[in-house]
Design a protein around this ligand. Structure first.
Ligand code: ATP
Ligand code: MG
Length: 765
């Protein structure tokens, strides 16, 4: 019988081929970025099928995202030359565990039609439990408890297994609440995300017959991105592979970037212990990136300690150096990147044109996306945001926008519904029903209905009081919108502050709350480019409409975390500034753990690029209308000089690099002048000095002399506690506290308020 053709083996190097052909027994492929781990894993699936070693439903293949699963299915089909029949068990840990848990729900006291709670539901449930115990959920927020419980679930700990060392969690009540919460979920026939794995581990541990069934069933197990598995996932795999040990895991310790979510890079190191005699395959040739890009990435990751250490090489000699450029601020960075993208699309500096689909912008924090989305909308550059909502679709942004809409158009009932009980004002379904009825029967808007409901005493008590306050505030904010002395940025901050919306997230202990607060700051920053709130709201509805754009070619915007495993010919890495990347949190932490994880993230970012990698930073960023000067990221200093080319920013030295002068539009012209003036002042910022010294070493021209100072970078703390001040809206008062650029002022008439320093002037006694 003639052997079946195996063309997919031809495209592999000997080490990959060894990993692919070694079908029985444990295999660990431990190798750096772009060395073809995912490719080999995919070829291994194809090999199992082609040789008839396994049927599609006997292969369990775990990927990190649904997108990766889809791609792997397509690649398998491509290599096989035919659509794959089945492969029902190729997916993420979660998607596979949902299917399994539906079959065996009764073993953990659930019915097979259980519901999966999202984070909001989870929090709501925890709040009920906390309230029932009479605990002050301001001091001990439900989100904090949710974080503690998630952490235990990631570590595969059921309530009875939580170790004594964790007993003090959540004010010594954590374990107790965890048990209550699990019991409540059972009553509701519901699970949360963490349960999907935890329940499956429990089922396998407590029911050897079930485990054996699956050990027989899943004869071959494959795992991509193994470095990011948590303990629960690890145990689940170990149980399933325990009998036959046909498990192939691929990963890269240098790309472990989910430690903050419970991933244990130690799982990789433990593999050889758990599976003695494992075939450990190391791949060293990188097929993705050119030499300069690879060397730059290696240079950065070398700064980490405790690495397994891997040397990578590529045949793609030379190529473009990693390009480094500093900008005056984030808006200019976005403008420049937009122009570069268009230049690359046309083909620039003798390089072949690059499709938009082949370019990506990878950011550290999601709030960075806003500047790019706005800019690309303005110049009509199609883009897609991968792995999360677009900036203006985010929960906190939609909430804030609803407040603005309600202030500008009091008849906007949809906006009112959204804000009336956000933050919580003690208005339950019944109260909201009353408002609806009142509005309908009087033929008025909801906000008017609410006013009538309060005035006629139909909504009383705490809720009634809070509603009265909201209605009064809305009227006052509406008046301010027409007040020439109040800028719309100030109004936006007033609305977010006084409505309690900002406070809601400040007191929220969930790990993503700081990100949401950052997004809100970013929202206020976005307002500066518009005349008023109305104009801004129109702009956003345009952006949302732009979503319907179905251009075939789009540039991708995503976080570095979402970019794992992907590759693009051209990659932009903006915002390399200390405090942003590495994040402030990682820098504040004692020890190097956080910082090393950030460094791995930098390594992931650079290694996504095939041909052109552009790193940028801004010397200044505006936060709540205040200039803050930034230091370039410490990771920039770690890039080997010989692999980096420092570019000259446009507008400063006359004429830009590569791209033509800033393109069209009155807005662009105006901001260029502003930039020049502002940049003149920005030369004093430390970021620029460092940038300049690097540029100087490379023989670039020095900036022209700065003329007048237009922006006072030191305005922040020009005030002292006790000082008497005047505020346009609240009148005279005395400062009782200073927090960054915010002042707490006890106003003579308006009471104590938090105001932004720049809207306050010193008053003469
Ligand atoms: P990461 O760590 O980023 O996930 P990886 O190790 O999974 O990377 P792959 O994505 O599998 O790497 O491969 C990187 C690129 O190299 C892909 O474009 C792939 O097609 C190509 N490649 C892999 N192996 C070979 C090979 N032997 N010959 C030619 N190209 C290859
Ligand atoms: Mg991969």
């Amino acid at each position: 019988m003639a052997a079946r053709p195996m063309p997919y083996l031809d495209g592999l190097n000997p080490a990959q081929r060894a990993a692919v052909e070694c079908l029985e027994g444990p295999v660990l492929m431990l190798a750096g970025a772009g060395t073809g781990k995912t490719k080999a894993l995919t070829a291994r699936i194809v090999h199992l099928l082609t040789t008839g070693t396994a049927k599609p439903n006997e292969i369990l293949a775990v990927t990190f995202t649904n997108k990766a699963a889809r791609e792997m299915k397509e690649r398998v089909a491509g290599m096989l030359g035919q659509a794959v029949e089945g492969m029902p068990w190729l997916g993420t840990f979660h998607s596979i565990c949902v299917k399994l848990l539906r079959r065996h729900a009764e073993l953990v006291g659930l019915k097979s039609n259980f519901t999966i709670l999202d984070t909001d539901d989870q929090i709501r449930l925890l709040k009920q439990l906390i309230k029932a115990e009479g605990i002050d959920d301001k001091r001990w927020p439900a989100r904090m408890l949710a974080g503690v419980i998630d952490d235990w679930k990631n570590r595969a700990l059921t309530p009875s297994k939580v170790p004594v060392s964790d007993a003090s969690a959540y004010n010594h009540r954590g374990v107790d609440f965890y048990a209550q919460y699990q019991a409540r979920l059972k009553d509701l026939n519901a699970v949360d995300f963490g349960d999907l794995l935890l329940h499956m581990v429990t089922i396998f541990q407590d029911n050897p017959d079930v485990l054996e069934q699956y050990q027989r069933w899943f004869r071959f197990i494959m795992v991509d991105e193994y470095q990011d598995t948590n303990v629960a996932q690890y145990l689940w795999l170990r149980l399933l592979a325990g009998a036959h040990k046909n498990i192939c895991c691929v990963g890269d310790d240098d790309q472990s970037i989910y430690g903050w979510r419970g991933a244990e890079v130690g799982n990789i190191l433990r593999f050889e212990k758990d599976f003695p005699g494992a075939n450990v395959v190391r791949l060293e040739q990188n097929y993705r990136s050119t030499e300069h890009i690879l060397s730059a990435a290696s240079g950065v990751i070398r700064g980490n300690s405790g690495r397994l250490g891997k040397e990578l090489w590529t045949e793609a000699r030379g190529g473009e150096k990693v390009r480094l450029i500093g900008h005056w601020d984030g808006e200019e960075e976005a403008r420049w990147i937009g122009e570069e993208i268009e230049a690359m699309q046309r083909g620039t500096r003798g390089l072949a044109p690059i499709d938009l689909n082949n370019m990506a912008i990878l950011v550290r924090a999601s709030h960075q996306m806003r500047a790019f989305e706005d800019r690309f909308l303005t110049i009509g550059l199609p883009y897609r945001v991968i792995g999360g909502p677009r900036f203006y679709e985010r929960l906190e942004i939609r909430d804030a926008m609803a407040y603005f809409r309600q202030v500008i158009s009091p008849d906007d009932d949809l906006a009112f519904e959204r804000i009336v009980n956000t933050p919580k004002r003690g208005l339950g379904d019944k109260a909201q029903q009353t408002i609806q009825t009142m509005a309908r029967s009087n033929g008025v808007s909801l906000v008017e209905g609410a006013r009538l409901a309060v005035e006629s005493g139909q909504i009383k008590g705490k809720g009634g009081k809070a509603l009265h306050q909201l209605v009064t505030d809305l009227t006052r904010w509406g008046r301010l919108a027409g007040d020439a002395d109040t800028t719309h940025m100030e109004l936006a901050e007033i609305i977010l502050d006084e409505s309690g919306y900002t406070t809601m997230w400040q007191t929220d202990k969930n790990p993503d709350s700081p990100g949401r607060l950052e997004n809100l700051k970013e929202l206020v920053k976005a307002l500066e480019a518009f005349e008023n709130l109305q104009g801004f709201l129109e702009h956003v509805s345009l952006i949302m409409d732009n979503d319907k754009q179905d251009a075939a070619q789009k540039v991708s915007i995503m976080t570095l975390h979402a970019a794992k495993g992907l590759e693009f010919p051209a990659v932009f890495l903006p915002g390399w500034e200390d405090g942003l990347f590495p994040s402030q949190r990682s820098m504040d932490e004692s020890g190097l753990k956080g910082l090393e994880e950030e460094r791995r993230l930098a390594y992931v970012g650079i290694t996504r690029a095939e041909e052109i990698c552009t790193i940028s930073f801004a010397g200044n960023r505006r936060v709540f209308g205040q200039w803050q000067s930034q230091l370039p990221s410490r990771f920039i200093d770690e890039l080997p000089e010989e692999n980096v080319e420092v570019l000259t920013p446009p507008g400063l030295y006359g004429g830009g690099y590569g791209a033509a002068a800033p393109s069209g539009g009155g807005g662009a012209a105006r901001s260029t002048i502003e930039d020049r003036m502002a940049a003149a002042d920005g030369y004093n910022s430390p970021g620029w000095k460092r940038m300049q010294s690097r540029a100087g070493e490379r023989g670039l021209s020095q900036p022209r002399e700065s003329k007048s100072s237009v922006i006072d970078l030191t305005a922040t703390s020009a005030f002292m506690v006790g000082e008497r001040v005047f505020h346009q809206k609240f009148g005279y008062g005395a400062i009782t506290g200073i927090e960054g650029d915010k002042l707490e002022v006890e106003f003579e008439k308006a009471g104590t308020k938090k105001v932004v320093a720049r809207f306050v002037t010193a008053a003469e006694d």
